[in-house]
Design a protein around this ligand. Structure first.
Ligand code: NDP
Ligand code: GDR
Length: 378
């Protein structure tokens, strides 16, 4: 039985990857951080009681900032494959926590590579590093491929740039099977609530249900190449199944503005939005309804009206340095890995919108019954 170790198993990608590898018959070890509340919501359905027979999934307390802890977990688990997904992954937050981000996202990757080397597992253990399209940063060329130069634009991207190169260096210096997946943005119903797509789909559902009146966003003109996390975790696995260790771009090859993602999300709920105004004064206004769809979704009593402003711009969400345009070229992954995504952007938006509408309807019922439920901080 193959053994995998996933750092960041409690995150969006970690949860999908753990499920995927368990289905493939792996024994999956995951590293989770200690927290004062349970932080395992995304993987609770995979939980296995360690007292039972035939256990294939085990969690270990750990942190990428603690070398001795990483060495001990790797020694205990003897993994065939390590997926390093743990990171302080929010670009805007990295401007507020640059030193911690460098430590966890940059040096954390070094700690993991060194742990494998210290334990003499260079020949046994393959390593996947979660690299990112944020490395391209300030646009040098589009579409962005494995050969496009990097120009990181945030403490997060700079930390990930170190992680990218230390992975390449350990591959070349010690002949380790260590690879970078340069993944463009990928989303899902499990996406963290403060990333823009999930923030939009959650708010659209609340607005449609009459639970919120307006959504405040930052740069509506930013363009992202958005795919579905379920497709992207499969690419991570494929990268480690190759004969030769190499780096791959994983992307859809289509880019869309935040503004259009808003339009598409509300359209899934039968609400048509038009944008007007410029910069900080831009706003999104309701211009019509798809009555049949609204009735089908059971959204009749929202009291929304044409002319109502539901999107406004708030400067606090602008970044000191922005990445304006990401558009990936997935040619190498399609030809060499045979990777083929199943979701396009409309299918992604539909999946996220349906999940958040169901979530918010459930939340509404719980609130009506007097329970305090979801956390609405952004
Ligand atoms: P999430 O933010 O959803 O998950 C991050 C995970 O890392 C969580 O499990 C988190 O734990 C854990 N973590 C954070 N800091 C530490 C630390 N110091 N030690 C141990 N664990 C830690 O990210 P995603 O799942 O979206 O992304 C996975 C990886 O891929 C990240 O490295 C991200 O930077 C990278 N990436 C993501 C892309 C995307 O579009 N999603 C695109 C390209 C790269 P906890 O749950 O306790 O917070
Ligand atoms: P990103 O994702 O920075 O690309 O990093 P995010 O969803 O945070 O931002 C995408 C774009 O939307 C703009 N934006 C807003 N973003 C947020 N979070 N909140 C807002 O209100 C808002 N309004 C506009 C942003 O300015 C940006 O241009 C994600 C993370 O998953 C990284 O870990 C990963 O490496 C990259 O994707 C690829």
């Amino acid at each position: 039985m193959k053994v995998a170790l996933i750092t960041g198993v409690t995150g969006q990608d970690g949860a999908y990857l753990a499920e995927f590898l368990l289905k493939k018959g792996y024994f999956v070890h995951g590293i989770k951080r200690r927290s004062s509340l349970f932080n395992t919501d995304r993987i609770d359905h995979l939980y296995q009681d360690q007292h039972e027979n035939n256990v294939h999934f085990k969690l270990h307390y750990g942190d990428l900032t603690d070398s001795t802890n990483l060495i001990r977990i790797i020694q205990e688990t003897q993994p065939d494959e390590i997926y390093n997904l743990a990171a302080m992954s929010h670009v805007q937050v990295s401007f507020e926590m640059p030193e911690y981000t460098a430590n966890a996202d940059g040096i954390g990757t070094l700690r993991l590579l060194e742990a494998v080397r210290i334990l003499g597992l260079e020949k046994k253990t393959k390593i996947y590093q979660a690299s990112t399209s944020e490395l391209y940063g300030l646009v040098q060329a589009v579409p962005q491929s494995e050969t496009t130069p990097f120009y990181p634009r945030s403490p997060y991207a700079v930390a990930k740039m170190y992680a990218y190169w230390i992975t390449v260096n350990y591959r070349e210096a010690y002949n380790m099977f260590a690879c970078n997946g340069i993944l463009f943005n990928h989303e899902s119903p499990l996406r963290g609530e403060t990333f823009v797509t999930r923030k939009i789909t959650r708010a659209a559902a609340k607005i449609a249900l009459g639970l919120q009146s307006c959504l405040y966003l930052g740069n509506l003109s930013a363009q992202r190449d958005w795919g579905h996390a379920k497709d992207y975790i499969e690419a991570m696995w494929l990268i480690l199944q190759q004969e030769k260790a190499e780096d791959f771009v994983i992307a859809t090859g289509v880019t869309t503005t935040v503004r259009d993602f808003v339009r598409m999300s509300f359209a899934e709920l039968g609400i048509e939005i038009e944008f007007s105004g410029k910069d900080q004064n831009e706003k999104g206004v309701i211009i019509g309804f798809d009555e049949a769809l609204i009735a089908e979704l059971g959204l009749k009593d929202t009291h929304l009206k044409p002319g109502q402003t539901v999107i406004r711009v708030d400067e606090q969400y602008f970044r000191p340095t922005e990445v304006d345009l990401l558009l990936g070229d997935p040619t190498k992954s399609k030809t060499k890995l045979g990777w083929q995504p199943k979701y396009d952007l409309p299918a992604l938006v539909k999946d996220m919108m349906q999940a958040d509408l169901a979530l918010m309807k459930k939340d509404e019922h719980l609130k009506q019954a007097g329970y305090h439920t979801l956390n609405y901080f952004e």
